[in-house]
Design a protein around this ligand. Structure first.
Ligand SMILES: Nc1ncnc2c1ncn2[C@@H]1O[C@H](COP(=O)(O)OP(=O)(O)OP(=O)(O)O)[C@@H](O)[C@H]1O
Length: 885
């Protein structure tokens, strides 16, 4: 299977399957960077970012700068005439005129000093405001969706050092522009005025000579400047590479020290330095010719002004004036000609700045374009998924076809459904096969290869219920027609009041599940009516850009109350599967459906490489939530980790408008929620009352027995279904098996989404400090509170450097306890811990009602899970129940 390489045919990284990433030529080797049409286009694209609105600070400063520049030129003109005035009064020995001229000159000089300082200050302000708005714009794009991740794993973008582009290159661009802008602004006025003055002094000859000279020098400079721009771009890249190397050593200093590999790193760092020096050298070599031209034309310009004034003098225009008046006229004429020539040559002097601006503009624009490309890629995939979702949900759950679910209005609310093209060929026949652990143990790795027509389903019990004539959702979830209609009402926008009714439905459903005949066909996941977290149907997953499958045709439903362990040899694709679940990697084929946007209260990931942010201990625990107020009045920003993350909640709406990012950032005050006990309590109660506890005590098997179908019950259900089927239906079922499976998965997902939506995840109460401290003590981190000065004191640590790997893992696990999500996805999250601490952590997670999906190598993990998925790294996989262990 070829992964499509063109932009048209692909969807989005991490958000859709059958996708490759946007294609773009390598940026640094891009020969198109220069002083050219592309530069103008890029500057035009940057201008709305630099001038975001008529009342924005950059526009106000820009206008102020323009006014100050005009004032400056007015005063400079009069300052320039001072010498001419002195020639006159001194030549005539006019005492009074001398005193007056002196006072007048003092006033002008004082004023010009103030104006020039003010101009410089406003230029600096303009620079910093530009830097702020431009960096904010880049940040918005960089943190939109998973752009910050996609840009680093998308090799064909070949975009070096995005961090440096957002910092140093933006700084260079804004600073140089800030310096240039005053000259650029005033030049048209200045040139027009002094052209007129030169014309009145010298006739047409003076200004014509000067203008021709300027045009000539511009053409020469243009050719000298052009090759400099790519060298500026290259030098900036090398600068970024060297910085990155130093950053890498700083981050891994301890590992380097363990290896005592300073010399190796020195060689590599010096190599980066040598590259930088070479790049700078090439730049300076080119700049030499530019500087030569600039200086030559500058001085030729000053001579030219005297040539211009010499013509009327030698042609006798001033023959009838006395010598002091002639001196005054020469001085004045020289001044206006010099001013005209210097106005023009100051434009030429900007050539050095222009190449800097051009280089920085190209680099910043390349980043901007790549980010926009990734974002639109992401958005179009989301739109596609939204459209698929609307299509697929049309006509079931009682939804009128013309009334799409709330998802289309707010993808963040209802989640995402990702579809891929089918793999072609005959649809696989789905037989419910549940491999026992003993059988699995006997299998060789060869046996792990799964046949196309023998898919194993975690919730195989559910799938054995599939019959073409059955209302799948109602049957599966034991819902009455009224309940299904209620869900439909809740899916529709504006049906918020249905949330409480849904809770009632949950209770009713729970009663159904627990009582009477429903026990016989009760779902595997008793304890919740809306248990579905992730649905994988025929999922094939490869490393992006390659065709070698890590997992092939995987069918899996990940449900609440059903802990899943994923194992397999190193590099077999365990983390990659989690990446797909998180939407970071696209899948090649199949259907991967999940709720993507509830954040850490629904699904939390503890990655293999733990991430600790800067700040207080509490900030580590609540991560990825952000405390945005003082500790005594904590406000928590709940960011949607799977969708766009906006830095400023107040800008969320504007960003949706301008950037098309549909996922809002929610900011809520837990103190408000605390007061709303009526809303809180039922949710909390329902949650506590329904989520099964996996107790790691002797009665565990018994508990698990209630949450896990055993083989005999599966067989029984198969028999029941077979008995109900007639031959016609057999054919029908075979042909529609794939469709039905998708259908039931979507219905269950939808129902789950609706219920979670109605359940008010964001309104769940946060644990108290007392509870946090109790947990910290239980996981043996109590001393950490003292070491870092309390929960809310910032010790200024680089946490991952200060804490041991075991402490880091335990601290990260606190996030699971704090958020108490429906699902915690743990990628070797306890690998650095002893088995007894591991046991404590899993017990606490079970007590909190958290369903865990673990990746790990240790057999000690098995007792905490209901099922095991083993990958063989060649595409094969096997699922086995762990209930008997
Ligand atoms: N960003 C990436 N670019 C290219 N290949 C990658 C990338 N990330 C992972 N891979 C490759 O994908 C394969 C599966 O990696 P993955 O991290 O899923 O393995 P794993 O089973 O979790 O391994 P381990 O048990 O060692 O953690 C590996 O061969 C790895 O080299």
């Amino acid at each position: 299977m070829e992964v499509p390489s063109n932009t048209e045919s692909c969807s989005s990284l991490g958000s859709s399957n059958q996708s490759s990433l946007p294609n773009q030529k390598p940026s640094s080797a891009d020969k198109s960077v220069g002083i050219n049409v592309l530069l103008l286009k890029r500057l035009r694209r940057l201008s709305p970012l630099l001038f975001p609105g008529i009342c924005s600070l950059p526009v106000i400063l820009f206008t102020l700068l323009l006014l100050v520049c005009i004032l400056e030129q007015y005063i400079v003109y009069h300052v320039g005439l001072i010498s001419s005035r002195y020639y006159l009064v001194l030549g005539k020995k006019d005492w009074q005129g001398f005193v007056y001229t002196t006072l007048y000159s003092l006033l002008l000089v004082t004023t010009i000093a103030g104006v020039l300082s003010g101009k410089s200050y406003i230029s600096s302000m303009l620079y910093i405001s530009w830097r702020r708005v431009l960096t904010h714009a880049l940040h918005r794009l960089y943190f939109a969706g998973i752009n910050y991740y996609a840009i680093t794993i998308t090799p064909h973008l070949n975009l070096d050092n995005p961090d440096m582009r957002m910092t140093q290159d933006v700084d260079l661009l804004c600073r140089t522009l800030g310096m240039m802008v005053a000259t650029l602004l005033i030049s048209p006025f200045k040139i027009s005025y002094y052209t007129y003055q030169a014309y009145t002094s010298t006739g047409w000859l003076g200004p014509t000579m000067i203008l021709i000279f300027f045009l000539l020098s511009s053409v020469v400079n243009r050719f000298v400047m052009d090759p400099i721009v790519p060298r500026v771009v290259q030098a900036e890249k090398c600068e970024g590479d060297l910085r990155f190397k130093h950053m890498q050593i700083r981050a891994g200093s301890e590992s380097v020290a363990f290896h005592v590999s300073g010399e190796v790193e020195a060689i590599k760092t010096n190599s980066a330095l040598d590259d930088l020096v070479r790049a700078k050298q090439a730049l300076f070599n080119r700049q030499l010719w530019l500087n030569l031209c600039q200086n030559l034309f500058d001085y030729l310009g000053s001579i030219l002004s005297y040539l211009a004034i010499a013509v009327p003098i030698f042609t006798g225009v001033y023959d009838d004036v006395d010598s002091s008046t002639l001196s005054s006229i020469i001085s004045k004429n020289a001044f206006v000609c010099i001013m005209l020539s210097s106005s023009l040559s100051s434009l030429l002097d900007l050539c050095g700045s222009i190449v800097q601006v051009a280089g920085a503009t190209h680099r910043v624009s390349q980043l901007l374009e790549a980010l926009e490309q990734l974002r639109s890629h992401w958005n179009s995939a989301n739109d596609k998924a939204s459209a698929s979702y609307t299509d697929l949900t049309k006509g079931y759950l009682g939804l009128p076809a013309a009334s799409p679910p709330a998802y289309s209005a707010s993808p963040a609310v209802l989640g995402t459904l990702y579809t891929a093209s089918s793999s072609g060929g005959p649809p696989p026949s789905y037989s419910a096969v549940c491999t026992s652990s003993s059988e699995a143990d006997d299998r060789s790795s060869k046996d792990l290869m799964v046949e196309q027509d023998a898919s194993l389903l975690i919730t195989s019990q559910v799938d054995t219920e599939l019959t073409p004539t059955t209302d799948l959702l109602s049957h599966h979830q034991k819902l009455s027609d009224d309940q299904v209609a209620l869900i439909a009402a809740c899916v529709n926008p504006g049906a918020q009041e249905a949330a409480s009714a849904i809770r009632n439905t949950e209770e009713a459903t729970q009663a159904d599940i627990n009582g009477g005949e429903s026990n016989e066909v009760a779902p595997a996941f008793t304890g919740t009516s809306w248990p579905l977290g992730f649905v994988l149907q025929n999922v094939t997953l490869s490393v992006p850009g390659t065709t070698t499958a890590l997992v092939r045709d995987l069918n899996l439903d990940i449900v609440r109350g059903h802990n899943l362990l994923i194992m397999g040899p190193s590099s077999c694709g365990k983390t990659s599967l989690l990446r797909a679940l998180r939407g970071l990697w696209p899948i090649q084929e199949g259907v991967l459906a999940y709720q993507s946007s509830y954040g850490p209260k629904a699904v939390i990931f503890l990655p293999q490489k733990p991430f600790l942010t800067n700040g207080t201990l509490r900030e580590q625990i609540v991560y990825p939530e952000q405390l945005c107020d003082e500790a005594d009045n904590p406000r928590i920003v709940v960011s949607d980790a799977a969708s766009s993350v906006m830095p400023e909640p107040t800008e969320a709406t504007a960003m949706n408008d301008s950037c098309g990012d549909a996922s809002p950032t929610v900011c809520y005050d837990p103190t408000e929620n605390a007061g709303n006990q009526n809303t809180e309590s039922p949710t909390k109660k329902t949650r506590e009352g329904t989520v099964p506890r996996l107790k790691l005590t002797p009665d565990r098997d018994q508990e698990m027995g209630t949450t896990q179908p055993n083989q005999s019950s599966l067989t029984k259900m198969n028999e029941t279904n077979n008995a109900n089927q007639d031959p016609e239906n057999d054919n029908h079922q075979s042909a529609d098996a794939q469709t039905q499976l998708s259908e039931v998965a979507r219905r269950r997902l939808d129902a789950n989404v609706v219920a979670s939506n109605a359940g008010g995840l964001a309104s769940r109460q946060s644990p108290t400090d007392r509870q946090l401290l109790r947990w910290l003590k239980q996981i043996k981190l109590a001393s950490l509170v003292r070491r870092c000065g309390g929960l809310d004191s910032d010790p200024g640590w680089i946490w991952s450097d200060v804490l041991s790997p075991g402490e880091v893992q335990r601290l990260c696990f606190m996030r699971v306890l704090y958020h108490q999500p429906h699902f915690a996805i743990l990628d070797e999250a306890t690998s650095a811990l002893s088995e007894d601490v591991e046991s404590i952590l899993y017990s606490l997670a079970a007590d909190a009602g958290v369903t865990v999906i673990s990746v790990g190598h240790r057999a000690s993990l098995r007792p905490y899970h209901h099922a095991l998925l083993t990958l063989d790294g060649k595409g094969g996989w096997i699922f086995e129940s762990l209930q008997a262990t």
